[in-house]
Ligand binder design. Structure first.
Ligand code: PLP
Length: 455
């Protein structure tokens, strides 16, 4: 069929792109970005040829991508695309399944249930943990926090889904000082306030100082604690056992943001970091970061069965009765992409040992970079490299900022700045399945070479 020949061409162009990700400039040059204007202009008056449209997208758009799927991207904590995910994404695009309800997609429903069991096993969570797929860790955090809010208020006799928060008992919310900005954002839009939280000081790695948790009395209101697995600069983990003890003693709810760090649970060599982590009532993570599925994919894991449903059930007369896991009654979304398809493919392809290796490879890459830079003139590694994150200062913050810009201009690798203790530092994150130990060493060499050229 004619329309399929255009799609076949597009798939071939997509694969041709994927075949070049090792060699591509990581951030597009200015010419390629300027050329994007060819995608604009006024609304076409009539129909255009599908093949020609897709060719324009592939050629002009493809030249202006950030190549975070390759081995040389060290910015943010973006993750790449594992081949199992890319292949599954292409199959899933043809399927176009709506994962809202089992009756809308038996295959999505089955893959939800299978990946739920696999994740629970791989991460060491309770057998009846609810798992819900959302757009990213921000919404996973928000979904967990909304479920926590409603569960805590239900315990004191308040029906928050029905009555809202006007007149509700106050919830005492506690976070670490280095909580991710999206946790505060989430607290804001689930009605708990981004500024009325109690903030616990952090240590020099950004870990919550559990010994400084405030002396709260649950009689003053239910208690919600947000901890973190993987500080976004240092990769540090909060001391979960102490935080969980404190929370349990007060009958509270412990939530953990583990957007990338949660995957350390799948790697036995990181057990020293994750001790106590699975005691959390709810945990948020991303598939699109370290698990290397395509954007977008966040995962909310709630170890209090039924809590997500209390918050997100939207019951309407035309809906069929409960039959298996109804995603639309456990997430903020109704219609939704079947994100579990790619998660299934990656977990199936990697297995338990492959997933552990994926995590170890990121950690080894970070270690390789820290070792190289740590012994190079003028470089200082600011963090304890415990995971996949390396924080670097070159001479002083101003020179560090210049170096970051020069590395970005150079184009062979890409990493970005962050603010650490109020000063600019270079943040290097290793979260691509493609980045080998040697790639990471080469990245460090690029950085020292560019630094030498700064004069
Ligand atoms: C990336 C990140 C988030 C937000 O995740 P999104 O997928 O971008 O919504 C939250 N917390 C931490 C620690 C992160 O690294």
């Amino acid at each position: 069929m004619d329309e399929l020949s255009a799609v076949r061409d597009a798939a071939e162009r997509a694969l041709a792109y994927a075949a070049t990700i090792d060699e591509r400039r990581v951030f597009p040059d200015a010419g390629a970005v300027d050329a994007l204007s060819a995608l604009g202009g006024t609304v076409p008056d009539g129909e255009s040829d599908v093949a020609e449209t897709l060719e324009l997208l592939a050629e002009v758009g493809g030249a202006a991508t950030v190549v975070n799927t390759g081995p040389n991207y060290y910015g943010f904590v973006t993750g790449a695309t594992h081949p199992a995910a890319l292949g599954a994404a292409m199959i899933a695009a043809a399927w176009d399944q709506n994962a809202a309800l089992p009756v809308m997609s038996p295959v999505a429903a089955t893959l939800h249930d299978v990946t739920r069991e696999w994740l629970v096993d791989l991460l060491g969570l309770g057998a009846d943990t609810d798992v819900a797929y959302v757009t990213g860790a921000t919404v996973a955090n928000a979904s967990c926090l909304a479920a926590a809010r409603d569960a805590l208020l239900a315990e004191v006799g308040w029906d928050a889904p029905a009555q809202g928060l006007f007149g509700a008992p106050l919830i005492q919310v506690v976070t670490g000082r280095q909580a991710h900005s999206t946790v505060r954002k989430s607290l804001g839009f689930v009605g708990l306030g981004s500024e009325r939280i109690m903030t616990v000081p952090s240590d020099d790695q950004g870990r919550m100082r559990a010994d400084l948790l405030p002396d709260l009395d649950p009689a003053d209101g239910p208690i919600l604690v947000c901890a973190q697995a993987g500080e976004v600069n240092t990769g540090a983990f909060d001391p979960f056992d102490e935080i969980a003890d404190w929370t349990e003693a007060r009958g509270g709810w412990l939530h953990v943001d583990g957007a990338f760090g949660l995957w350390a649970l799948a790697d036995p060599t990181r057990a020293h970091l994750t001790a106590g982590l699975t005691r959390a009532d709810s945990l948020a993570t991303d598939g699109h970061k370290w698990l290397n599925v395509t954007y977008d994919c966040g995962i909310a894991l709630v170890q209090r069965p039924g809590a997500l449903r209390r918050t997100f059930a939207s019951i309407a007369g035309y809906l069929p009765p409960a039959s298996g896991f109804e995603a639309m009654h456990h997430t903020p979304q109704s219609s939704q992409r079947a994100r579990q398809i790619e998660v299934w493919a990656v977990l199936r392809a990697l297995g338990r040992t492959g997933l552990a290796t994926l995590v170890q490879r990121g950690c080894d890459g970070a270690t390789a970079i820290a070792e190289r830079l740590g012994t190079s003139d003028g470089f200082e590694i600011v963090n304890d490299v415990v995971l996949n994150q390396v924080l670097v200062i070159y001479r002083d913050p101003a020179t560090t900022a210049r170096l970051i810009e020069a590395v970005q201009d150079d184009g062979r690798i890409w990493c970005g700045p962050t603010s650490w203790n109020g000063a600019t530092a270079m943040r290097i994150s290793v979260s691509s399945w493609k980045t080998t130990f040697d790639d990471a060493r080469r990245a460090a060499d690029v950085i020292t070479e560019v630094a030498a050229s700064l004069g």
